[in-house]
Design a protein around this ligand. Structure first.
Ligand SMILES: Cc1cc2nc3c(=O)[nH]c(=O)nc-3n(C[C@H](O)[C@H](O)[C@H](O)COP(=O)(O)O)c2cc1C
Length: 359
């Protein structure tokens, strides 16, 4: 079995190690234009200098109304490519690969960012779009979020084409990896989950119907995304509720995704509906990644409550996942990978400029 600091090859890309920065929104496009700024460049390049193998961007909206907040990053417009190109170059210059997480927030879109004084749907005056929120049905996520419009066939085609157009822009920006966000109750997960999709047309009903939008998005993205570049999909492997999406459905989906040119399933969980208690503890989602890796012909990524170097090493060394994604641990310590390598007795991936600081 490989170790955390062994390279990982996905298609034509070799990551220097198996530590990835998990996608994390920073709600920091202050102009509300979705363009990457110096903030995004410094924030993401710092983690690359800190030794990770793959830096994933925050959820990057494929349509303006698919942003979680007005301050989200986007790739729905050609004017957003230059900023992303600067970030990609800065991350790659530090030895990491750079991936963009393409996302549509669906019925959870258009809310205030978490540190705003107000909660829920942002008003038009505050940059929101409460009358242009869309979902699988017209049922809102929770009190305070906007009531969505159920997507019709034309709307679904727009969504699929927007994912593909954003992937093409990511390629033009020099991005190495695309991850399709199909987790956390956002649009694609909202279609997958029986808890949020009771449509009667071909995009609802049984598992095949509920999976259809995601698979159409995957096909559309794969058709424009170069064959040499890896495609990842993040799923919520469980809704943590009876009658919801679960680990068995995830394994079935992973087999289908593998056959359609997806290279790795990133296994998160939760978010479909409000009021669910998730049993969060160390490694609480690793079992989902382990099942995908063992039961489907595809690589998997483990995420959630991983922060100890030996814990991360064991996940890879025991064959439970191919890639370990870290969120909060990397917010706390941008050089987590360097420190983990030191703790594990491996050569730390320090930038050469910092060599004098290494004992
Ligand atoms: C501030 C913050 C923002 C996040 N934004 C995203 C996001 O944009 N896309 C996503 O898939 N997950 C997002 N997540 C979830 C993380 O990627 C990760 O799955 C989660 O934090 C669990 O990993 P951890 O315990 O290592 O933090 C976010 C988490 C945090 C803390």
């Amino acid at each position: 079995m490989p170790s955390l600091f062994d390279p990982l090859t996905l298609r034509g890309l070799t990551l220097r190690n198996r530590v990835a920065m998990s996608p994390m929104c920073t709600y920091s496009c202050e102009q509300r234009d979705g363009r990457a700024s110096d903030w995004h460049l410094h924030h993401l390049a710092a983690r690359a200098a800190g030794g990770v193998g793959l830096v994933l961007s925050e959820a990057t909206a494929v349509t303006a109304n698919g942003r979680i907040s007005p301050q989200d990053l986007g790739l729905w417009d050609d004017g957003q490519v230059d900023g992303m190109r600067r970030v990609a170059a800065a991350v790659r210059a530090q030895g990491a690969a750079f991936g963009v997480q393409l996302a549509h927030a669906g019925r959870k879109a258009g809310t205030y960012r978490p540190w705003a004084e107000r909660r829920g749907a942002a008003t038009v005056a505050d940059g929101g779009w409460p009358d242009d929120v869309v979902g699988p049905t017209a049922e809102r996520f929770s009190e305070g979020t906007a009531t969505p419009r159920a997507l019709d066939e034309a709307g679904l085609t727009t969504v699929t084409r927007s994912f593909a157009a954003a992937a093409a822009r990511a390629d033009a920006a020099g991005v190495d990896v695309v991850e399709i966000h199909a987790a956390h109750g956002y649009l694609l997960h909202a279609f997958l989950s029986p808890l949020s999709n009771d449509r009667r047309d071909g995009y609802g009903g049984d598992e095949a119907g509920r999976s259809r939008l995601l698979l159409e998005v995957v096909d559309a993205v794969r058709s424009v995304w170069p064959a040499s570049k890896p495609l990842l999909v993040r799923v919520s492997a469980s809704d943590w509720r009876e009658g919801g999406w679960d680990g068995d459905a995830t394994v079935r989906l992973a087999r289908t995704l593998a056959a359609r040119g997806v290279d790795l399933v990133d296994c998160s969980s939760g978010g479909a509906v409000a009021g669910v208690t998730i049993p969060v503890h160390a490694n609480y989602q690793v079992g989902f990644a382990e099942r995908v890796r063992r039961e489907a012909p595809i690589a998997s990524g483990a995420v959630g409550q991983i922060g100890d170097p030996r814990q991360a090493e064991a996940i890879v060394a025991e064959g439970r996942a191919d890639l370990v994604l870290l969120g909060k641990a990397l917010l706390r310590d941008s050089a987590w990978a360097v420190h983990a390598a030191q703790a594990l007795g491996t050569t730390p991936p320090w930038p050469v400029q910092y060599r004098w600081a290494v004992g």
